[in-house]
Structure formats: structure tokens, C-alpha cells
Design a protein around this ligand. Sequence first.
Ligand code: C2O
Ligand code: CU
Ligand code: CU
Length: 520
Amino acid sequence: MAAIETGHHQMAHLPPVAPAPKLLNLDKLSPFVDQLPRPPVAKRDGVRPSPTNRKKQIPFYRMPIQEFSSQIHRDVPATRFWGYGNSVPGPTIEARSGEEILVEWQNKLPLQHFLPIDHNLMGAENDKPEVRTVVHLHGAKVPPASDGYPEDWYVPGQAKIYHYPNQQDATMLWYHDHAMGINRLNICAGMVGCYIIRDAFEDNLNLPKGEFEIPLVLTDRMIRADGQLYYPVSQLANAPWLPEYFGDAVLINGKLLPYLEVQPRKYRFRLLNGSNGRFYFLTLSNGQKFHHIGSDQGLMASPVEAQRLTIAPGERFDLVLDFSEHAGEQIILNDGAVKIMQFRVAKGKVDDPSSLPPKLRDVARISEASAIRTRRLTLEQVDYLTGEPEVHLLDGKRWHEPISEKPVLNSTEIWELMNLTDDAHPIHLHLVRFQILDRRSLNTGVYLYQKKLVYVGDAVPPEPHEMGWKDTIRATPGACTRIIVNFSGYTGRYVWHCHILEHEDNEMMRPYEVVAADKA
Ligand code: C2O
Ligand code: CU
Ligand code: CU
């Protein structure tokens, strides 16, 4: 049976891994001694003329991408990071729907990478500079020139000004590195930050705000005994790539096992899984429920209660936690058996003027009949002969093959993501928001070897929390996951890919192009 939530990869196909250095012994660390940090809020650096209307002045931000060090735990020596500003996650950019901004992303990194580059991977060949970066704002509807196309990277000493129109509903996006062939390393090094869009509709809901609204960014890391990041390599000296990266140190807002003092009232948490490849299965130690109010692209129609959350890399969950019945308790946020952080609820009673409305925002379902085209696209894993690393492909194609997905601007399509592998792959499309129609298990052997489609069960509707707008979806193993997408916004070249960064860096990413109706 293909479990809908499977995220645990099969280990059988891993190339031999080189022995790791001595890693931090997590059992010896005292838990809950550091406060959970709140990511700083980005400060404007004046105004500049809008690229679309030179007479209009719009907010301008400068964001250095640089090396810094930061302590992940009181008793661990400071760790070197490469990130935005000087924190992981970087400064949160606060924007309003309909109000455009400019961000200058400045590459101030050193000239040599400190994590192991694999020069066999597409775009990371020996003739490419080692240190390159380009920033993508995940979930944003932006013109192609500001989307952070993987080949638009630039080297230390250079900068790019990107234009973010923010013509979309309130939600939390995130910015991260997208440099071809090394994005797994750059993100592992710390290149992650939050970007929150707000709007009047959401303001009127009176959700918890200000000090009662906190982004929570999950990133798992392997940490050496000396406190430094470790990124494992294969035993092949000139082909160090490995198909997955899991660290036993789960950092939340850059800290290991922090605590947060909260009042007995409602809080809003903006959760992001910014990990390279890890899926989380989150619960609260007191059995308390999460009120899930929004998905990747905004608020859901109504809150969904959940005892357990499954979040894939790239996904965002907008959550309300109500501590009013839990005064005086110490509650642990767990991922399975792994502790992540602790909430310390103050004693007594407080006034809570915020609300958790039973009705949030209408999410009109896109009708299947409106789709003008259905594309069947496989997710495949190709295992090579012993000693050769595996590769993951979208629709059987590599990055450099000609563009095959060319949706027409403003048209609606259904994409059938046929996952023929044993792993769940979180599939993300740039530019758009979409809805999931259903998932249906199929006989992958028959599909692969006889090119025949045989379903082995009924179509399963999305889970209640997946009924909102999405930009990243779990394509579950051995199943066809159908999404419906309206390609609105801009024409031009974008990408779609698996958000397991090791897969993305090794061919599980494809360009796609939105074309004008008269050019189709
Ligand atoms: Cu989160 Cu192509 O990105
Ligand atoms: Cu994206
Ligand atoms: Cu994948």
C-alpha cells in the first residue's frame, strides 16, 4: 500500500557513504536552555522608482548574502553559516498585497565553498565558479527576470535588484538560494528566509498578531562535534553527491532544542519546512490539537483541526495554537520521537482579544472542465550499474533537454504527477498557485515495463488541509497525484521541480514556459 504520507526513503539504493567525522552527541546536550529566536524583520533602505512606472517611488531593501557565525545551542561552539543578513533564517520581509517592492540581493560570499561540490551535476561543472548564488522567492508571482532562474546566478562582488509586485493573497512565502547544481549546499549553509504578504481581508479576521505571531522554520542539519555543519559525501572522490541529506540536529529558527515562553492564549505560528529532504510528523506532547488555518498560498476556507501534521520540504502551514486551557504546562513539539522545542505556558489567565474565526477565506474550487489540457508527467528514479550514482528525472527528461511544458497564459491545465518511485517527492511549480484534485495508486511495474496504466484503487480526495491553495505538493509513491493549475501572471521561463534539494540538483528539475495565446 502506498501510504499517503510516506516520506521515509528507502535506503537500499544509496551509494556507499564515506565515513562521517565525529558528530555532536545530542544526548549529552541539555534541552531547552536557549530561547527560541524570532527572525529579525528586514528594514527598508529608502525608496526607488518602480520598474513599471518610473514616477512612482517604492520601498527598497538591501540584503547582503554573507558568511557569519551563530550559536545553535548554549553549549555548542558557534557555527559558520552562509545566509541572509546575519541570521538563519534571514530577516523576514514584510509586504502588503498589491504593494510592490524592490530587493537588492548582494553576493558578499567568500570565493571558495565550504561544502562539497559535485562537478558532475548539471550547471556545477568544473568551468563554473565555485561560489554562485541567485535568490528565488518561493510561492511568489513575479516576472521571470526576478524569479531567480537557476542559471541566473552571479558571483561574489555582484548584486541583483529583483522586483516583487506582490499581486497575490496574504500568505507566507520564503526566499532561498536557487543556484544551479549547488542549491542543496547553499541552502544547507543557511540561505533561507521568510517573506510575509498581508492584506486587508486577513487583517479583518483578527487573528493573533504582533508578538503573538511567530514564524517557525525547520531545518535539520548534521553538526560536527566542533559545532560546524557537515554535509556527507559518497565514497567516490570525484562524485560526492548523495541522494538525500538528513541531520539528527533539528534546528528551529536556527536553534537546537529551544524553549518559548508563551501566555495562556492563542498564538499564530507560520511554519515552514526549509529542510533539504526531511519530512516532519509533528505532534504536541500534551495531545493538544493544531488549528490549521492556511496552506502554502493563503488561508483555507475554515480551520482544520489536527493532532498530527505531516509537512514536506518547501511547504508552509499557517497554524493557531491555543494555550488558554494549558496554563502552567510545559509542552513539547515532537517530530515522531524527536524533541524539537518546548512551549512554557505561563500560569494564570490573560485576556485574549484575538479570534479564530470558524470561516476564513473562500477557496473556490477550480472546475476540472475548465482545463484545456492534461499532461501526464512521470517522476522516475534511474539506478545505474553498481558504483554509478542514481538520478531522478521528471517525465524521463534531463534539465538540458528542450522545454516540453509550454502552458498558455491564463489557461488551466491538469498535471498528472505519476510517481513511479518508492519515495514521496514534494513537487513545486514556480509562478503559480494550484489545487490538488486527487491521488490514485497505480501499478508502477506495469506502467514502467508495459507502458500500460492500471490503477489499483479508487481516487482519494485531498486531505482536508490540502483543500486550500498550494504551490508544493506531496506526490506520493506509486500513485498519480493530480493538480489543477491556472497559469496566470506573466509569460516567460520558469521551473518546476522536486523540493528534495538533492533530487533537484541532480536532474529532478525542468524548465517550463508560459506562452502568450497567439504564440502557442
Ligand atoms: Cu522553493 Cu524552486 O523553489
Ligand atoms: Cu518556488
Ligand atoms: Cu524528489
